[in-house]
Structure formats: C-alpha cells, structure tokens
Design a protein around this ligand. Structure first.
Ligand SMILES: Cc1ncc(COP(=O)(O)O)c(C=O)c1O
Length: 362
C-alpha cells in the first residue's frame, strides 16, 4: 500500500518548531546592510589562520582523526586532559547531540526564555517536551526558583547559558550550585564567556558534579561562525558518551587547523574581544543618553529595552533596515514589545547604528 512521504516521516518533525535561517540568505544578498543581528564577529580570520587551513587541505583526502594535539591544547586551557574534550562542528552540533544523549520521547528539557532559538526545536525533534521558564519580570535574570520548582521526574536535561543570550546576565554561583545539586544533567553554555577575560570558566563544576558538562564555541570571540568549531568539556565518561553520539567526522581538518592556528596566536582573539568591548561601552553610553535601557554587555550582543519609547520591535527593526542595518528581533517579554538586540560590527557599521538611534530615538 502506497503512503504519502509525510506518513513515513516521524510525526514530531511536523510538530517541532523550525529554526528560521532565512535572514542568512537575505543578508548575503544585501552586503551593504550591516549584519548586527546574529552575534557574529565582524573581524575575519587572519592570514595565519587562512594559511593553516590551506595547508590542512594537503591531507584533505584523508578522514579526520581525533585531533589529539588540538584536544590536548584545549584541555590545557581548562586544566583538563585531552579525554575531557569532545570536538564539535560548532556548538549547535553539541546542542543536537546533547538532546539525543539525554532525551527519550516524552522527557523534558528545561531552559529559560527568551533564549537562543535553536534549543527548543532540537529537543522537539527527539519528541521531547520543552519546558520554558520565563526570565524574571523585574530584572530579566534567570527565574531560579521557578526553574527549580518546575523540575520533575521527567526532567532529563537543563540548560544554563552563562552569560545568558539575549539578556547578557550571569547566573550567581550559588544559584548554579543549586541546579547542580539536583543531580539532573546540566549543560552550562559558555558561548560568550571569552568576552570576559577576568571571569573564569565554570569548568571546575565537572569534578564535583559529573552530570554537568560545558559547551564552548569558537563562533563568537574567535570569529568562527562560518568555519564551525566548538567543543564539550566534561568527565571522561561524559566525553566518551558525547563521542559516541557525535558523528565520527563531525569536525573537518580545515576547521581543526583553523582552531589550532587561532589558539597558537592568542593576540588575535584578544584584539577581537577588545574591539567588541570598546564598542559596547560606546553603545551603552549612547543608549542611556537617549533614555533607553541597555542590558549588560557581557557577550557580543546587547539586549535593549525600548519599551518606554512606545515603538514596537517591528517598527524599530523596520526603521533600522531603512538605514541599512539589520537588528535582531526579540519577541515580547512579559507581554511587552519594544525589545531588540544589537551586535557590534565594524567601525563604520557601529557609527551607522549610533547615527540611526540618535535620529530615531533622539
Ligand atoms: C547561547 C548559544 N549557544 C550556542 C550557539 C550556537 O553557536 P554555534 O553553533 O555557532 O557554535 C549560539 C549562537 O548564537 C548561542 O547564542
């Protein structure tokens, strides 16, 4: 008996949310419009990285190995060994693998909302239930009590992004410990930690709490969105589990070569972080002067509360687009519209953003 293709495909494919990537094609087709909406790094890879990638192509006919030298270097950055590091094709790869590792159909994945919008669909594609606990209404911090109260016997994975995207806030150490004490597996996503050179990673948690792992990406401070590279840090048992779930060749030789060349030249990342942080100070000052409320800039993005201006988020984004600037849409938070998010671009693009906000909100 012949069935439609749709009837063969797992039904939760059609009930899962979709991550919308349409903006990527749109931005590619409009190179004159500043890409301030995606938490990308505006500074392209250095010649050293390009040469390392070109050199890696000499072995492009061989399958990638486990990159022991690279894993050893990464491990050392965190006081760990190479077997505490699983390499990933960007942290989206980790997100996907962690859902498949911990969630059976009907299990619950818990996170705070608003959030990076790829998380819910990847859990839903495992036929898991996504439990989204809104941030606190007063300060948009994690609603720690709300999340802890929502844990039940079906909760199999909890996400803590630190600093959080899009709110930019860090969770208190004591609150993070409260999550760890529950014994439920926890992903601590440190995608943006590199923008805070004075803040140590929470990697030590894995010694006390073996169910905790960290997700790190080179997409942000290292500027690898298009190259694709990230990793998981955890106990050797956790890493072995991730390595079974990841595809054997999830990281290409080119990405690994680019990552190693960047680790070997730390000044490059330092310069990228300084560029970002310098502009964040300028943005914060400008926005405050205009009566808007910028949230902490602990990553390469800044959430801006413009609810007091009476403009909707859609209106603000449209006005920015008219000035050749893409900004990130933030849905209503606690029923209020007027939030948006910006990521520093190159100098001229940032000056364009400042000119826009002065003219539009001034
Ligand atoms: C918190 C968080 N985690 C992970 C990612 C995914 O990054 P990538 O897959 O490029 O490493 C993002 C992207 O914006 C993010 O905001």
């Amino acid at each position: 008996m012949k069935k439609d293709l749709k009837d063969w495909i797992v039904p939760w494919l059609y009930t899962s949310r979709e991550y919308n990537v349409g903006i990527l094609d749109e931005a590619m087709a409009n190179p004159g419009t500043a890409r301030l909406m995606l938490n990308e790094n505006p500074i392209p890879p250095s010649e050293k990285v390009i040469e390392a990638v070109a050199d890696s192509l000499r072995h492009g006919n061989w399958y990638p190995d486990s990159f022991l030298r690279l894993r050893t270097k990464i491990g050392k950055m965190y006081g760990l060994g190479p077997n505490n590091v699983a390499l990933a094709n960007g942290s989206s790869d980790t997100i996907d693998a962690m859902m498949r590792l911990f969630l059976q159909p009907g299990d619950e994945f818990m996170l705070s909302t608003p959030t990076f919008e790829l998380f819910p669909p990847r859990a839903e594609l495992c036929n898991a239930k996504v439990v989204q606990v809104p941030v606190r209404e007063d300060n948009l911090n994690y609603d720690v009590d709300g999340m802890l109260n929502a844990i039940n016997e079906r909760t199999k994975l909890i996400l803590i992004i630190n600093p959080n995207n899009p709110t930019g806030v860090f969770i208190d150490d004591a609150d993070l410990d409260r999550f760890c004490e529950t014994g439920v597996p926890i992903c601590v996503d440190e995608a943006y930690l590199d923008y805070n050179p004075d803040r140590p990673s929470k990697v030590d948690l894995i010694r006390k709490y073996p169910q905790v792992f960290l997700s790190v990406t080179f997409s942000k401070a290292y500027g690898f969105c298009g190259i694709r590279f990230g990793f998981v840090l955890g106990t050797e048992e956790m890493i072995a589990a991730f390595n079974r779930m990841f595809l054997p060749w999830n990281v290409s030789r080119m990405a690994a070569a680019a990552a190693e060349a960047t680790i070997d030249n730390p000044d490059e990342v330092k310069a990228k972080v300084e560029h970002n942080n310098k502009w964040m100070v300028v943005f914060t000052e400008e926005l405050k002067n205009l009566g808007l409320k910028p949230f902490p800039a602990n990553g390469n993005y800044m959430l801006i509360d413009g609810t007091m201006t009476g403009k909707t988020t859609a209106e603000i984004l449209k006005a920015a687009l008219d000035e050749n600037i893409y900004l990130k849409k933030i849905g209503e938070i606690h029923g209020k519209t007027g939030y948006f998010r910006v990521t520093p671009g190159q100098d001229e693009e940032n000056e364009r953003f400042i000119k826009f906000i002065r003219a539009y909100f001034g």
